[in-house]
Design a protein around this ligand. Structure first.
Ligand SMILES: Cc1cc2nc3c(=O)[nH]c(=O)nc-3n(C[C@H](O)[C@H](O)[C@H](O)COP(=O)(O)OP(=O)(O)OC[C@H]3O[C@@H](n4cnc5c(N)ncnc54)[C@H](O)[C@@H]3O)c2cc1C
Length: 497
């Protein structure tokens, strides 16, 4: 059968769109199949803050990317510590405790900056993320955590721009198209069905898998991540159920990376469990815990809130919350620290919060043991090393209790007290399929599977146990671009792969 399209892409998130742009650039005809209807499209990528981690040697590297008002106005008062390719690689190795695949990591970090620039050329718009990544210190906006740049209007802006660029390049997008199978024998073919149950098929020169992980399936979370994970709340789209991952394994792809861990965070305890809120998207995250304390229902602390910049701890602390009684935790602040909380998360959508003039009263309102909380806070307050508080740097202002709080320890002592109830919000899963440095899927013998590429959350081997914030979109972009380019070259018979 002749191919209907040179490249068929399964999944319409950031990785799928990057593959679409790159394939179209090679002159390929491109079809994207997206399971969700158009009104719910964009995958997890839609729900993001649009934060992209990439190597930046200095502010001069990126100034020409920005044209939004706030960034332009504050640029000369902004301090961006250099974040080199070596820093990015080191962060990957550090947070995964050496479990990231060296080759794939090298592809990710070395192509990160160039890929962001390439996306700018496709119409994506960028800004410095002042509200998330900087504190005003000495009259300067000081950034930290190796993550400075995001898309204008976050994930919503990202997907709107991607969609417009793909359509302008002639990419055809079919929404409500649920892929149920694919075959690589002879001419590659993809089976899918629409919501009305009508089954159909399409022939392709090459196939790109960009259909996310298995985070939205409670059954697969229980199976691969372990007992209890079925109860986690889904932060993003409800459609990343892992069906395409299983299809890929059945087609001979090698499972790769860490299938037993995932990205999970502190998420508002009152959020919908089976998928994020398309209006609020990322605002249901509660990420200012490094300047407060986090306790469980017994009033006990259980993590070092100040172990590192938020970007390097938030993705592993969801798991710690899930392990607490009732899978619940509470972030606590007082009148001194409350003004420092991220406005878009703590001011705009407080669903599960309480305010009180005393700690026992706050505890009672939130369902924490009052005596346990008072005991914890008394010990915490008494143990703080008296150094100047500075949230923009590691200030060494530690609380010497168990567990310690290594930085940014402020006594909880000035009423009113503020508390936020959080549960575990699962973001995405880390296990995937094995790909090479062209995003070509490999089989269990390490041989390439001709005509099959993968990108985004479907790529295994990059993250394990933890994750440097902002790397998911970069990974989707880097490997999506490679997948689209090489799928097109294969389909157009310009290379053998
Ligand atoms: C609330 C939230 C905030 C986040 N913030 C950030 C951030 O700021 N920066 C960052 O780097 N990362 C962030 N992430 C992680 C980021 O979303 C992912 O790493 C990234 O978006 C994954 O892109 P993707 O294209 O692989 O998957 P997705 O964007 O999830 O796209 C996969 C698509 O495949 C479709 N699909 C699934 N199965 C099928 C099927 N059978 N047939 C057809 N289509 C199918 C899905 O419907 C979906 O649209 C965040 C995630 C969430 C949930």
């Amino acid at each position: 059968m002749p191919a209907d399209y040179d490249v068929v892409i399964i999944g319409g998130g950031n990785a799928g769109f990057c593959a679409a742009h790159a394939a179209a650039e090679q002159g390929a005809s491109v079809l994207m199949l997206e399971r969700a209807p158009e009104t719910e499209a964009g995958g997890n990528s839609f729900y993001t803050a649009g934060a992209f981690r990439f190597a930046i040697d200095s502010l001069d590297d990126v100034v020409d990317l920005f044209d939004d008002e706030i960034t332009t106005e504050r640029l000369s008062d902004s301090v961006l510590p250099p974040y080199t390719v070596a820093d990015f690689r080191h962060d990957m190795e550090r947070v995964t405790e050496g479990r990231c695949d060296p080759l794939l990591t090298d592809v990710l970090v070395s192509r990160s900056a160039d890929t962001v620039r390439w996306l700018a050329g496709r119409g994506l718009q960028w800004r410095l993320m002042y509200e998330r990544q900087s504190y005003l210190s000495g009259g300067k906006w000081v950034f930290s955590g190796g993550l400075y740049v995001g898309t204008v209007s976050g994930g919503k802006g990202l997907i709107a721009r991607h969609t417009a660029a793909a359509r302008a390049a002639g990419v055809e997008i079919r929404y409500g198209a649920d892929v149920t199978g694919f075959s690589l024998t002879g001419q590659p073919m993809v089976n899918y069905r629409f919501g009305d149950g009508k089954a159909t098929q399409v022939y392709a020169g090459a196939i790109v898998l960009a259909a996310g992980g298995f985070e939205s399936s409670p059954e697969r979370r229980e199976k691969y991540l372990g007992a209890g994970w079925g109860a986690a709340m889904v932060r993003g789209c409800p459609t990343n159920t892992g069906d395409v991952l299983e299809l890929a394994l059945a087609a001979g792809a090698a499972p790769y990376g860490d299938w037993t861990s995932c990205h999970s965070v502190a998420w508002d305890a009152g959020a919908p469990p089976q998928g994020g809120n398309r209006e609020l998207t990322n605002q249901l995250t509660r990420q200012s815990y490094p300047i407060g304390i986090v306790v469980n229902t017994a009033g006990e602390r259980f993590v070092d809130e100040g172990a590192d910049f938020r970007n390097y701890t938030y993705a592993k602390y969801g798991k710690e919350i899930l392990a607490q009684p009732e899978g619940r935790a509470f972030q606590l602040f007082d009148a001194t620290t409350r003004p420092l909380l991220r406005k878009e998360e703590y001011d705009s959508t407080p669903i599960s919060d309480a305010v009180a003039d005393s700690l026992p009263e706050l505890a009672t309102k939130l369902g924490i043991d009052p005596d346990g909380l008072v005991e914890t806070v008394d010990a915490f307050n008494a143990s703080i090393i008296d150094k100047p508080f500075d949230p923009a740097v590691f200030d060494g202002r530690a609380a010497q209790v168990m567990p310690p709080k290594s930085n940014w320890a402020m006594a909880l002592q000035t009423p009113p007290y503020y508390g936020y109830a959080v549960g575990c919000g699962v973001t995405f899963t880390f296990g995937g399929v094995h790909v090479d440095d062209t995003a070509n899927v490999l089989d269990r013998d390490g041989s390439s599977i001709r005509g099959l590429y993968a990108a985004g959350e479907m790529v295994g081997g990059l993250f394990s146990g933890n994750y440097p914030g902002g790397s998911g979109l970069t990974s989707g972009a880097v490997f999506g671009r490679l997948a689209g380019e090489h799928a097109a070259l294969t389909a157009l018979n310009k290379v053998s792969g």
